[in-house]
Ligand binder design. Structure first.
Ligand code: HEM
Length: 196
């Protein structure tokens, strides 16, 4: 059994940010390269990607072991909003897929997946603003990008404080990073499928 990670607890989120910077940048560029703000049909492709990812992770938001660390977790799920956005743009909801066993992912990996999902709220403001050129907004077609009522920064800080506070050993710490990387890889797959 390894002792506590040499990483200070407060640096977990910073560590995740550094170690996923490249894959995030590639994703950002790949999403923009699809011309998602060209018309609503292209934006619907972005929504299909989002729907795939949020459907994967929806079970995480109901897990008791995660709720113990993030008391507001259940209210953070955005799957229903993404689904409503997709329907608003006339898109069909893809059939549910059960490839990712989000309900049985070990806790450290689940933390990595959650980091990616919750972190994506930070970029949402940028996307929401650009989507307004298509007549989309928080009331139509882009509701899942709406800032949290408490403000994006507060919402993120509350999540990251709780994430940093989870006690993990060094093996588990590495599993969090692996989980975050796997989540980004998964979003890349959804992007390719959404625009195939
Ligand atoms: C065109 C697409 C995207 C753009 C323009 C974008 C942009 C941004 C921006 C501006 C930030 C805030 C950086 C900061 O304040 O330091 C951010 C953070 C983040 N985004 Fe994205 N993003 C995009 C897509 C995504 C997607 C699809 C995901 C995952 C599903 C994602 C995951 C994250 C994460 C995890 C962070 C938090 C990084 C951290 O501060 O720890 N992003 N993004």
């Amino acid at each position: 059994m390894l002792g506590p990670s040499p990483l200070a607890a407060a640096s977990r989120v910073e560590n995740l940010r550094q170690l996923t910077r490249d894959t995030h940048a590639r994703l950002d560029h790949a999403v923009m390269a699809q011309g998602i703000f060209r018309d609503r049909a292209r934006f619907a492709g972005f929504l299909r990607m989002q729907h795939g990812f949020h459907a994967d992770i929806a079970p995480l938001y109901a897990r008791a072991d995660l709720l113990a660390h993030f008391p507001d977790l259940a209210a953070r799920t955005r799957l229903d909003l993404v689904a409503a956005d997709l329907c608003a743009l006339g898109g069909d909801l893809p059939p549910p897929r059960r490839e990712l066993p989000a309900s049985s992912l070990p806790l450290p990996a689940a933390l990595g997946w959650l980091y990616v999902a919750e972190g994506s709220n930070l970029g949402a403001a940028v996307i929401l603003k650009l989507a307004s050129s298509l007549g989309l907004g928080v009331h139509f077609g882009a509701s899942h990008l709406a800032p949290a009522a408490e403000g994006v920064a507060n919402h993120w800080r509350r999540f990251t404080s709780a994430l940093d506070a989870v006690a993990l050993d060094a093996h588990e710490e590495a599993d969090v990073v692996a989980g975050a990387r796997a989540a980004f890889t998964r979003v890349h797959v959804h992007l390719r499928e959404a625009f195939a």
